[in-house]
Each structure stands twice: as structure tokens, then as C-alpha cells.
Write a protein that binds this ligand. Structure first.
Ligand SMILES: Nc1nc2c(c(=O)[nH]1)N[C@H]1C(S)=C(S)[C@@H](COP(=O)(O)OP(=O)(O)OC[C@H]3O[C@@H](n4cnc5c(=O)[nH]c(N)nc54)[C@H](O)[C@@H]3O)O[C@H]1N2
Ligand SMILES: Nc1nc2c(c(=O)[nH]1)N[C@H]1C(S)=C(S)[C@@H](COP(=O)(O)OP(=O)(O)OC[C@H]3O[C@@H](n4cnc5c(=O)[nH]c(N)nc54)[C@H](O)[C@@H]3O)O[C@H]1N2
Ligand SMILES: [Mo]
Length: 726
């Protein structure tokens, strides 16, 4: 994709997007959010200067950069002084470039000296990452290029809906069938992706672990195990076989709701295919057993010899713009750059050497994302938070609780291009540049490092994160080591990652530009990069892949008499994540104006609910109200809500923060709820974002943003804005 700068008036897109047919990953195709992306760069919806609050509960007012940064630096220093370094928390985002993620991690460890840094990627791919490392000794989303996908004989896509979440990649899934292969989709909903499949397995939310074990059971029973592969390239099969034996087909049908006949057909199609792939996305991963679930699907691949060879293997579909790179360079509590471990003495020494600090001075591993948020303002928890690239008021599990924790902080600092729901709660808001306005690299799900060059000028008054980290470091007494030039940061990142799992040492801006991206590991300038991993050996000490050998267990919360239904959550095509940006784009809002609750016609009839009626979804943590969308594409025992909206229809008012013991991933994909008819919220009353903030928070920049939105040509106000939060 390329951007062309245009002359833009207030509230207009400052650029247009040009598609690039020669780019190998998407072959030039973009989805609607990509094409409309310039609109979120538009001046009218952007913050154009820092905001700060003079007293708790007071209004946000405009401030200059020097005043805002002084306030942040003194505030952070005061908290550190009184409560210790770990009382300053940092929360990053998988949308940040590699350079920003790296610099934020370094800032936390070197300038603040805190162990408590984590990021929203914990809510995203952490279970797949943990399972990858456990099985293969290395975590890269795909061990092969995406372009290999159409050539596999049988693909099982578990809990992913690329038709809505990754449209540019959808053609690869279609091509499997055009090439004579089989596509099998596992999803409690018959999604647009499931419509494309040869087989659709529709398990209960949380059933994926049992399902994978049931398939492994059948593969073994049918004699479809690749004994040579298992003997030569794996360890631990005996225990995995034993675990699978306890998951016979009838039992798995009872747990998952998937008929035995479909289980058999799936096991045979996969086990007999010349090559097979399993790809997971958030469906099976965002569970309190996500790591084991992914492990069980990897076991199915290993048993059938589908790993470490061409057109076969396990992979995870990425989430955010820099979902892969964002988890490699030190935003994660337990990680240092290059995917090094913060607990490993040699790793600590290497990174401390690059940073010019004493290894002893580096903090240890801190709290994971939800635990960090849950502890805010509590004894032993952080009392100040620096937040960059996430909007947890909308996107964190158990969001009402998280919001009250954010309110209890001594100091909340939010860096964001727009006034998100979380920024509204902040004591200081720092307006920052975003993708098209700055140089930087990202790493895609294939491990391909990609360069984005600055294409347009940022609005007046906006600064880059690299700049503001440099300014804050200086105010906190660290003058060197925080350049604001992205390429300089990248060159340091290369050194910090050298010899690590995600080794970028041989990758330079020049090479990335010349080669359409470079795949890590790439240890030196002469190395070609590594598009396909594990062809000769896995990245474990003995070179063999490890079976997980796990057994089924229930979700953190299963339906019962009081809360008889499963709630699952996810995405729609036209909105992105917490919606902080896409809800500000008229074209996208017209396509997806507000939250809804999908429910099956049988369930709707039983509850006396018609399509479009307001319904309340109630869990042990809260209540959400949104219109019913009655559809037979969902299981009758399950309801679905997208999570893109704050206010009355916020799905995360309901979700369960039960955490996976390994990855610390919360259980976004299943909790127990009941559904009941509800009163329609009065227009303008419910679902408005102000509900999240203090009443006096309508700032001038916000009023301008609203005005800009309302008057933008083509801005259509959908009838049911009461639900939405345009
Ligand atoms: N339009 C759009 N695209 C996006 C995003 C966005 O917000 N909007 N976000 C990006 C990000 S960060 C991410 S992480 C990806 C996510 O991409 P996906 O993982 O494809 O998205 P989700 O909608 O969260 O979940 C996928 C599917 O999992 C199913 N599911 C729910 N519960 C279960 C379960 O228990 N088992 C199984 N097998 N399936 C289940 C849901 O019905 C849903 O269809 O999308 C990226 N792309
Ligand atoms: N119920 C439920 N909840 C979920 C999920 C689910 O499936 N169900 N999925 C989870 C997943 S996979 C994810 S990834 C999270 C995502 O949810 P969030 O972590 O909230 O991510 P975004 O909505 O992308 O928020 C990014 C914020 O950063 C800002 N931003 C964008 N670019 C930049 C930048 O360069 N710098 C800075 N400082 N800010 C920037 C945006 O304006 C926005 O306010 O949600 C999680 N929450
Ligand atoms: Mo994500």
C-alpha cells in the first residue's frame, strides 16, 4: 500500500490510499478499513495538542507540550519516590511499530526501572505464542509464507473469521479448494468464512480442546499416524496418545456438540491428505485453557507428520498491525528484545550490554496485562500508568471493574492520536503521530519485517512517541540512548536482538525496501532471511518438536441454571478493535452502526424476542443491552456480541477474566450469561461514551471532533445512534 498526500481541509482525509499489486502478502488487496484508513488520520477527529487535568475530577484543558511533559515527569517521579519503581506501570500495544515497542520497553526498564510493563498483545496471541514455544522452541505466527496456504491438501481453520478480520488473505483460503484441497472451519457460528468451507464444525465455545483430542483419537484409531515422522522428529508421543485415548468420539460429541460422523470425516480428510495445516485464531486461543488447546491442535499436526515440511504445519493468524513484532521487542512483562527472556542471566547480560547498564539493575518479570490493570491503585499494584496504544475501557475483560481501577490511579497518562474512552479518564493526554505520519517497521504474521515510510505530515501540535519518550527520559535524568529517529532505534534493536530467537541483526531499512521485507531470523547482512522454519530441525534444544499431551478441562465458567447460555465475543468487518478510530469514520459506522446480540431463532422464540428488540445480556460481572440479531448461523445455546463499542452495549462488561495459567490470556471467548428482553435505551442516554468519563469532560478538542464528524460530507447518522457511539 502507498499513500498519496493530498490537500486536505479540516475533517477531510489528508491522504488517499493506493493499492500495490506487486506486494507479495496481499497482492495489493486492501479491506474497507484499509481503504478508509486515511479518514482516521483526518484532522477533525484527531487530538492536536496535549490535554491535562488540574485536579482530580476537574475538566481536561489544553496545555503546551513542555507543561504536559513536565507534569508527567514530576508525577511519575513522585509516585516512584513514594511507592517504589514498580508502582509505575506501563501498558503498550501490538499496533505500535517495532521501534516504538522497543523504545517503550527500554524506557520502562532503564528510565523507570519498573518490572510492570505489559501490553494488549497479552489479550491477543499470547496463548498461541506460548504453545508455539512449548512445541517448537520458537514463536513465529506462521513458520511458512502465507502464499504456501493454497498449496496444502487440507486446512483446518479453528476459530478464525478472516472473511471479516483479514479480507486481503481470504483468497488464499479460497484457493485451497480451487487447487483440489479441503477447507474445514471450526466455529460456533456459521460465519462468512465457514460458508466457504467443505466442512463446518460448530462446537460449543470452549470445546476446541476436546475436539482436537477427539480428532487425535480417531487419527490414531484409523492408523493414520505418521510413525516415521513421530520417531524421527518429535518427543512425547506416548503420553499424547494416552491422553487422546480418554477422548473417544461419543464423549467428544457430548462435550463439544459436534456429531461423531463429522469428527470421523474430519479426522480422515486431515489424516489422509498429503499435506495438512492447522491455523488457529482468537476462537480457541482466548480461553483460560488457550495454551493447552493450541497445544492439542499442534499434537494433531505432529501425529500426522504435518510440521517441518513444505505446505504443512501449524500457524496462528495475526491480530493487530504489528501483532508479531509487538511481542518480540520487550513490551511483554517477561521479555527483552529479540524475544529474549528477562529471567535468563545470559539474555539479561546481552541486553544490558547494548543498553549500557548493569544487568543487576534490570527489573525482573512483572505482572501480565489483566493482572496489571486489576492491581491498579491497590496495595502492591501500580499507582501511576503510562498507556500507549490500547483502549482498555472498551477492550479489557471485566471492563467496568478495570475502568474503576483506572479511575483510582494517582496518575494516568495516555498517548493516543484520538481522545479514546480511556484517554477521557486520563490526567494527561499526549497526542501522537500514527502509521502514515512516521517511519517505522512492523513484522507480519510470517515473520516478515516490513518498512513503512512517512507519507504525510502529522497535524500541528502532534508529536511522535519516540520524541516524547526522549523528552521524558531527559526530564527523568537519562539524557542518552533515546533518539527520536526510527532508523537509529532500529539499528540498536538489531544489536539487542542479535543472537536471540527473533534475530534482526542482518536486517536494515535498505534491505527491507529492496527485498519487499526480510524474514527473521536473519543473523547477518549476508543471510537471506528465513521464510520457512523447521525444515531440518525444530528450535528446541534437541531439535525435536514436543507433544503437549494435554487433557480436556472445562472453561472458567460453564452455563448453569442461573446463567444458562454461552456468550462469545469477536469482531465485525467494518469496525476495528475498541473502535476508538473506526467509530469516528462515517463510512464504517454506516456499515456497522452499533453493538448487537446474535441469537438463534429457537432461543429468541423461547425468550419472546424478535429481531431488533432490545435485549439484556447478564453475566456475573455485569449487564449489556443491545438489539437482537436473530440468525440461524449461531448455535442455539450460544449468543455472540462484537466488542467494538463502549457504553450500554459494551460486551466486555460481561466477559470473564479467568486467566490461562501459562499465557495469562483472559477468557474472552466464553462465559456464562442469561438473556432477557430489555427496555430500549432512550436516544442520547445510553451507550454514550461520556458515561465512561466524568460528567464534566466534554473538552474543546472533543467538541471540535464531534462537530467535524457531524459536518463531514457523506456522514450519515444511523437511526439507532442510541445504541452506537458514533
Ligand atoms: N474487521 C476487523 N478485523 C480485525 C480486527 C478487528 O477488530 N476488526 N482485529 C484484528 C485483531 S487484533 C485480531 S486478534 C484478529 C482476530 O481475528 P479472528 O480471530 O478471526 O476474530 P474474532 O472475531 O475475534 O474470532 C474469530 C471467530 O472465533 C469464533 N469463536 C468464538 N468462540 C469460539 C470458540 O470457543 N471456539 C472456536 N473455535 N471459535 C470461536 C467467533 O465466532 C469468530 O467467528 O482480527 C484482526 N482483524
Ligand atoms: N470481548 C473481547 N474483547 C477483546 C477481544 C475479543 O475478541 N473479545 N480481543 C482482544 C484483542 S485480540 C485485542 S488485540 C484487544 C485490542 O483492543 P485495544 O488494546 O483497545 O486496541 P485498539 O482498539 O487497537 O486500541 C488502540 C488505541 O491506540 C490508539 N493508537 C493507534 N495507533 C497508535 C499509535 O501508534 N500510538 C499510540 N500511542 N496509540 C495508537 C488508538 O487510537 C486506540 O485508542 O482487544 C481485546 N479485547
Ligand atoms: Mo488482537
Amino acid at each position: 500500500m502507498r499513500l498519496r498526500a493530498t490537500d486536505a481541509g479540516p475533517g477531510e482525509a489528508p491522504a488517499e490510499v493506493l493499492e500495490r499489486a506487486d506486494f507479495p502478502v496481499n497482492r495489493g488487496a486492501l479491506c474497507g478499513k484499509g481503504r478508509s484508513a486515511p479518514a482516521v488520520l483526518a484532522v477533525g477527529v484527531r487530538l492536536t495538542g496535549p490535554l491535562l487535568r488540574d485536579r482530580p475530577g476537574g475538566p481536561l484543558r489544553s496545555a503546551g507540550w513542555a507543561e504536559a511533559l513536565d507534569r508527567v515527569a514530576t508525577g511519575l517521579a513522585a509516585v516512584r519516590e513514594r511507592h517504589g519503581a514498580d508502582a509505575v506501570g506501563v501498558f503498550g500495544g501490538g499496533g505500535l511499530t517495532n521501534e516504538k515497542a522497543y523504545q517503550l520497553g527500554k524506557f520502562a526498564r532503564v528510565v523507570l526501572g519498573t518490572a510492570n510493563i505489559d501490553y494488549n498483545g497479552r489479550f491477543c496471541m499470547s496463548s498461541a505464542a506460548a504453545a508455539h514455544r512449548r512445541a517448537f522452541g520458537l514463536d513465529r505466527g506462521l513458520p511458512f509464507p502465507l502464499a504456501d496456504v493454497p498449496h496444502t491438501g487440507c486446512l483446518i481453520l479453528v476459530g478464525g473469521n478472516p472473511a471479516e478480520t483479514m479480507p486481503p488473505a481470504l483468497r488464499y483460503f479460497r484457493e485451497i479448494r480451487e487447487n483440489g484441497g479441503t477447507l474445514i472451519v471450526v466455529d460456533p457460528r456459521r460465519t462468512r468464512t465457514a460458508e466457504l468451507a467443505d466442512l463446518h464444525l460448530q462446537p460449543r465455545p470452549g470445546g476446541d480442546l476436546a475436539l482436537a483430542l477427539g480428532l487425535l483419537h480417531l487419527v490414531i484409531a484409523d492408523g493414520l499416524v505418521d510413525e516415521d515422522f513421530v520417531a524421527a522428529r518429535t518427543t512425547g508421543f506416548d503420553r499424547a496418545r494416552e491422553a487422546a485415548m480418554a477422548h473417544w468420539p461419543d464423549r467428544v460429541e457430548r462435550i463439544t456438540g459436534v456429531p461423531v460422523d463429522l469428527l470421523r470425516r474430519t479426522a480422515r480428510l486431515f489424516g489422509r491428505a498429503a499435506t495438512g495445516m492447522v491455523l488457529t485464531a482468537r476462537g480457541p486461543e482466548q480461553q483460560s485453557k488457550g495454551t493447552d488447546t493450541v497445544g492439542a491442535w499442534i499434537d494433531l499436526c505432529l501425529a500426522t507428520g504435518n510440521a517441518g515440511r513444505r505446505y504443512a504445519g501449524y500457524g496462528c493468524l495475526t491480530g493487530q498491525g504489528n501483532g508479531q513484532g509487538g511481542r518480540e521487542h520487550g513490551q511483554k512483562a517477561d521479555q527483552l528484545p529479540g524475544y529474549r527472556s528477562i529471567e535468563d542471566p545470559a539474555d539479561r547480560a546481552h541486553v544490558a550490554g547494548v543498553w549500557g547498564v548493569d544487568p543487576e539493575a534490570l527489573p525482573r518479570s512483572g505482572r501480565s496485562a489483566y493482572e496489571l490493570l486489576d492491581g491498579l491503585g491497590q496495595p502492591g499494584g501500580a499507582r501511576a500508568l503510562l498507556l500507549m496504544g490500547s483502549n482498555p475501557v472498551v477492550s479489557a475483560p471485566n471492563a467496568a471493574h478495570v475502568t474503576s481501577r483506572l479511575r483510582g490511579l494517582d496518575l494516568l497518562v495516555v498517548a493516543d492520536p484520538v481522545l479514546s474512552e480511556t484517554a477521557r479518564l486520563a490526567d494527561v493526554v499526549l497526542p501522537v503521530t500514527q502509521w502514515a505520519e512516521e517511519d517505522g517497521t512492523t513484522t507480519n504474521l510470517e515473520g516478515r519485517v516490513i518498512l513503512r515510510r512517512r507519507a504525510v505530515n502529522p497535524p500541528e501540535g502532534v508529536r511522535s512517541e519516540l520524541w516524547l519518550l526522549r523528552e521524558l527520559a531527559a526530564r527523568l535524568g537519562v539524557e542518552a540512548g533515546f533518539p527520536d529517529d526510527a532508523e537509529q532505534v532500529f539499528d540498536e534493536l538489531r544489536r539487542a536482538s542479535a543472537g536471540g530467537d527473533a534475530d534482526y541483526a542482518g536486517i536494515s531499512y535498505r534491505r527491507i525496501a529492496a527485498e519487499n521485507g526480510v524474514f527473521w531470523p536473519c543473523p547477518d547482512a549476508g543471510h537471506p532471511g528465513t521464510p520457512r522454519l523447521f525444515l531440518d530441525r525444530f528450535a528446541t534444544p534437541d531439535g525435536r518438536a514436543r507433544f503437549a499431551a494435554v487433557t480436556h478441562r472445562p472453561a472458567g465458567e460453564e452455563p448453569d441454571g442461573e446463567y444458562p447460555l454461552h456468550l462469545t465475543t469477536g469482531r465485525v468487518l467494518a469496525q476495528y478493535q475498541s473502535g476508538a478510530q473506526t467509530r469516528r469514520v462515517a463510512e464504517l459506522n454506516a456499515a456497522a452502526p452499533g453493538p448487537f446480540v446474535e441469537l438463534h431463532p429457537r432461543l429468541a422464540a423461547r425468550l419472546g424476542i424478535a429481531d431488533g428488540d432490545p435485549v439484556a445480556v447478564v453475566s456475573r460481572r455485569g449487564r449489556a443491552v443491545a438489539p437482537a440479531r436473530v440468525t440461524d448461523t449461531i448455535r442455539p445455546d450460544t449468543v455472540f456480541m462484537p466488542f467494538h463499542w463502549p457504553g450500554a452495549g459494551r460486551a466486555n462488561s460481561l466477559t470473564n477474566p479467568a486467566l490461562d495459567p501459562v499465557s495469562r490470556m483472559p477468557e474472552f471467548k466464553t462465559c456464562a450469561v442469561r438473556v432477557e428482553p430489555a427496555a430500549r435505551p432512550r436516544p442520547g442516554q445510553e451507550g454514550r461514551p461520556e458515561q465512561e468519563g466524568r460528567p464534566d469532560q466534554e473538552t474543546r478538542p472533543m467538541q471540535e471532533a464531534r462537530a467535524g464528524r457531524a459536518t463531514r460530507p457523506g456522514a450519515r447518522r444511523p437511526d439507532d445512534t442510541a445504541w452506537a457511539v458514533a
